[in-house]
Ligand binder design. Sequence first.
Ligand code: 13P
Ligand code: SF4
Length: 328
Amino acid sequence: MAVELPAIEPKVFPPRREDEPLSALQKEILELKDKRNAIILAHNYQIEPIQRLADYLGDSLGLSYAAAEADADVILFCGVHFMAETAKIINPGKTVLLPDENAGCSLSDSCPAEKLQAYQEQHPGLYTVAYINCSAAVKARSDLICTSGNAVRMIEKIPADREILFVPDQNLGSWVARQSGRRMRLWPGSCYAHVLFTARALERIRADFPDAPVVAHPECTEAVRDLADEVCSTEKMIAFCRETAAQRIIVATETGMIHRLQRDIPEKTFIAGPTETCACNECRFMKMNTLEKVRDALRNGAPEIHMEESLRQRAAVPIERMLEWSRS
Ligand code: 13P
Ligand code: SF4
């Protein structure tokens, strides 16, 4: 017998009002930022008070370019560990700070470098494509990096006679395989937060808001992707939500994204995609960063990302390939 879903009040974000004035803590952060000649890069899933302070706010692809082009002594990365590590790999001469060094990623953890190495040794000759949500050690073992924003384009550039191993996200991998028509071996990893969205929970909210299209991140399961009106990276969600004629949109990704959407498209209403047990969905790692930790990181110059130079050089190769291929 099918179990009934508990009744959940939908989380609706109506058209956005004016900004509150900056708090004393936010002003202190901006002063420290100037003093240290720092730049703040923030991912779309950060809390709203951090998003407001960012010099650049975006998805993993945009953040990689922003890191590559950063003209500052210090990069304060408000995101998770693999993102700050990527910034360090492409900016060895800069100090890269992460407000909470424990801000990890379940997807990155699902592909330890030793297991990848063992698999590659058992199956030589594979072309390894790693989603950017992985450790530096996994990047160093990969031929090419991709993000959700460029994955299909990257796969299409790989010579047709090469067999592809896609790590670590099986959901993004199966979406890309379908979009590109390329067969690929998929590593069995996933994002703990995105797999909490279910087709059943989304069908139910869609019945409450029948005029609202569903936009979903490709880290969601196939059942969720199949019912979505659009599947895309967080940055591309902005364009979809702006261009659709709909005034209300259901957003199946981490809720921080809705602050970004409200800022860029203040006239529309956004409804957080629910899970089976909750009206919205937060990544506990992204939410480890707080204003206090941002202030302390700038004040103390720590926690800082460090990396062994030979690892950094090996990890830089597939990232630079991605940055170059993404431009063309
Ligand atoms: P985007 O690159 O689409 O922002 O995704 C990053 C991420 O971690 C999604 O969970
Ligand atoms: Fe990792 Fe998922 Fe959090 Fe993105 S939302 S950082 S993939 S755990």
